[in-house]
Design a binder for this molecule. Sequence first.
Ligand SMILES: [Zn+2]
Length: 421
Amino acid sequence: MAKRVADDDAAACTETNNKRIRSESETSAATAAGSDRRSVALVHSGAYIRACSRLPRMPERAILIATLMEAYGLHKHLQIVSPRLATADELMMFHTREYIEFLEQGCPEQDSDEESSDDERNDRKIGETRAQRFGLELDCPPFAGIYEYAQAVAGATLTAAELLMDSNEAHTIAINWHGGWHHGRPDCAAGFCYVNDAVLGILALRRRFDRVLYVDIDLHHGDGVERAFEHSDRVACVSLHKHAPGFYPGTGVLSDTGRGRGKGYTVNFPVADGLTDSQLAHIVQALVELAHERFQPNVIVLQCGVDTLVTDPYAAFNVTPVGVEQAVQSVLACKLPTLVLGGGGYHSPSVAKCFTSVTAHAILELEPLARSIPEHDFFEQYSPDYGLRISPSPSRPTLNTDAAIAAQLATIRGAAFQTAQ
Ligand SMILES: [Zn+2]
């Protein structure tokens, strides 16, 4: 049974979710008190990277991101905060008890049947049928440690959200590059997403912040988050994504603008293949400025999926880290507390390059990083050029005309966030 999140649910959060990490935030407040500079925290630990590395479809992504950032020396510019694990009660703030208990019991892996007895094979068959009920098949296969992974990724986003909630500064940024799993549904896994940490993070933030702006720049529509809050006028969801016949998840058309009290607080910007850096940056800037002006959010959650990159196996957009950096800069220009999450991205070296560049340039505002990747343990992953840059493809023209983009923006400007205040 699908569970939707009403505003009241957020207000009804229990104290069990209230474990704050005051020492970090107090340190942060002390170091930046009285200045206008950003305070930037990265949720990171070795145990967290190991938990994320259990993901079957991207076993090396988390370690590549962490090691490339370290190789460029970014950690010394960041407040590194060790994440906590989410509790079952916290996961059930959005997910159903049945789904979480199934994960907790440990679901069967899809191993070979060799050397199994008939009884073992039958038991496994029953387990697999139950797993399928919870979406644990195809692009979300079950794996050993699935519950620990769910606890880790959700706990990391909650840790980042709590940093923002505890901060007394206007412009605190908290990053969880290994979160942003926006397709997760209350009662099942979907589209590589086992647990919807983005929804859980927003629910946590609503305990302190009245209006939450969610911005999703993943290649795919942020359907799980949109469905969770489509009835809310306190959580606005803005998603730019590819929309084409047969392309997952198939939702997110321009005319979907929310329901009931939430009408006008969902903004969808569907685009076609070939989207360029400048188009991405232009659209995100226009949407964020509109949302900032009319909705007047108190906090922003940015889902920064990078399956938009030209090098991604989806081969859809023609985006490079430069376009992603500009989009992130538009969000940070609001100077609001911001929770930055990762998301899709299936060419792991490219994801590591992009998140490293975004962290250095858009978030920390450092000088441009060296173009040649520093030698480190995972250096060979960046062959053959060992360069940080990613170039757009000359053979992937954009199918998005400036006129079509302007027309969609005009439609959105005509209706979005009109009843906010
Ligand atoms: Zn995606």
